[in-house]
Design a protein around this ligand. Structure first.
Ligand code: RP5
Length: 191
């Protein structure tokens, strides 16, 4: 198995309905000009495709795989069982407004995303998958870049700049808050 010479991330999700949340991962990677390949792979509905995808990921040389799934979210764990490429799981709070039944219970997963979070994090000892918070696909992308930054110094520099811009924006907002007073600041912020 060979890793790609340029940073390369695989993004997969269990259903087209997950694209609503998973698009945040692609937005962050695009912002940092990191190449990614995006696919739908369902652990439950396309189990043989899942095994094929793991082989494909190794052939492509993905450095990291970001895998999002909702409900009984087996996708990240099952991919991790087929490859040593690090897998970052995104637990998804299922929200499917295209569901044929129009009532809310069919649109949302029963446990508010906790079902998915636990399915991803509670892998048995020896078969780890890391997970970000529920629906935090953007964080998965940032974490993927942190892994990549060990190998690509240019990316490390960009992440350091990103951190310092976060710092600067907090300072700027704090100065504004101090100047205007809390009530006026909050009124302007949430108008
Ligand atoms: C999981 O089931 C998917 O990851 C998705 O979050 C959830 C619901 O899928 P759909 O019914 O929207 O296709 O496998």
């Amino acid at each position: 198995m060979m890793f790609s010479k340029k940073p390369l991330v695989g993004i997969i999700m269990g259903s087209s309905s997950d694209s609503r949340v998973m698009q945040d991962a692609s937005k962050v990677l695009d912002q940092f000009k990191i190449k990614h390949e995006d696919q739908i792979v369902s652990a439950h509905r396309t189990p043989s495709r899942l095994a094929e995808y793991a082989q494909h990921a190794e052939k492509m040389g993905f450095h990291v795989i970001i895998a999002g799934a909702g409900g009984a979210a087996h996708l990240p764990g099952m991919i991790a069982s087929h490859t040593v490429i690090p897998v970052i799981g995104v637990p998804i709070l299922v929200y499917n407004d295209k569901h044929p039944q129009k009532n809310n219970t069919s649109k949302f997963s029963a446990f508010g995303g906790l079902d998915s979070l636990l399915s991803i994090t509670e892998m048995p000892s020896g078969s780890p998958v890391v997970a970000v918070g529920i629906n935090k696909a953007g964080n998965a992308a940032i974490y993927a870049m942190k892994i990549l930054a060990n190998e690509f110094p240019e990316l490390k520099k960009k992440l350091i700049q990103y951190k310092s811009s976060q710092h600067d924006s907090v300072i700027k907002e704090s100065e504004q808050l101090k100047k205007e007073g809390l009530s006026k600041f909050a009124k302007n912020k949430f108008k």
